[in-house]
Design a protein around this ligand. Sequence first.
Ligand code: PRT
Ligand code: ZN
Length: 302
Amino acid sequence: MTFTLPKDRLRLAIQKSGRLSTDSLDLLKACGIKVKSAKEKLLLHADNFPIDILFVRDDDIPQLVMDGVCDLGIVGQNVLEEAALERRSAGTAGGYEVERSLDFGSCRLCIALPEERAYTSVQDLAGQRVATSYPQITKRYLEQKGVKAEVVQLSGSVEIAPRLGLADVICDLVSSGSTLEANKLRAVETIFKSTAALIRNQRPLNPEKAHALEIVLRRLDGVQKAAGTKYIMLHAPKASLEQIKKFLPGSENPTVLPLAGDDTKVAVHAVCSEDVFWETMESLKQAGASSILVLPIEKMML
Ligand code: PRT
Ligand code: ZN
């Protein structure tokens, strides 16, 4: 299929269908970029922003960005690191920059072995066969540790390799750990920690695209910052105001307002940069606060 892409619109590659797809689309939506969900399409134009979205397999995203076919991509840092190492070993150029780490797609690349096997240190992996979909990252780790082991590349179902006799140990992504548990494996080393990231091609953008990217990044920072914050409102006796302020997590300058009809109390409004737990609310209550409300914040611009 061939299509032409306009030169003054940003091109962003995201995963078509998989663990990062919904979060990537939700992030665009939170940044005010409207894309109609049409999963059968390869390319979508945002209606209200100069950006086109390309829906592809996650493995293709680093290459599309490094080769400049797309200006931007949202991809797991595990996939990115593997592709970058692969390119380096093949001597192929292609620069990229990680613009932002994102707060989804978190996982870790772990070495795991059958539960019943003893393990004391990474040196125990010498002479072993390690099955993985991430041969470059795995080899780099083993080399750094001075361990000589055979790396067997598999494209999927790595967790069954020991049972099939294809390998002695595996190196695979883990998030909850239930896949390892179901396959009677245990993680013994974490060799790479990953989240999704927004990446860009290293070459300078033309002024229109650079301006559009600046806006996207500002909005994205506003969304990510808001995700970890809460707005808290409460009534505080004037006498215990200073003590109550100390319990407000990560809040620098709360707003203190008079309370109509009661001059012994004030209303306190604060943006808390950390989550507000029940324990915090209980401490506030004990310190004399009442009518405590905790609200989520959708967007922030400071
Ligand atoms: O079709 P396409 O090639 O686009 O997708 P894919 O099947 O290659 O990737 P997908 O959608 O499975 O994962 C996309 C990205 O999500 C990965 O590259 C990671 O950055 C991130 N991610 C986060 C994960 C996991 N968590 C994860 N748990 N990717 C895969 N897994 C797998 C893992 O390989 C193992 O099989 O889930 C299993 C382990 O999960 P737990 O929860 O049982 O530990
Ligand atoms: Zn993939």
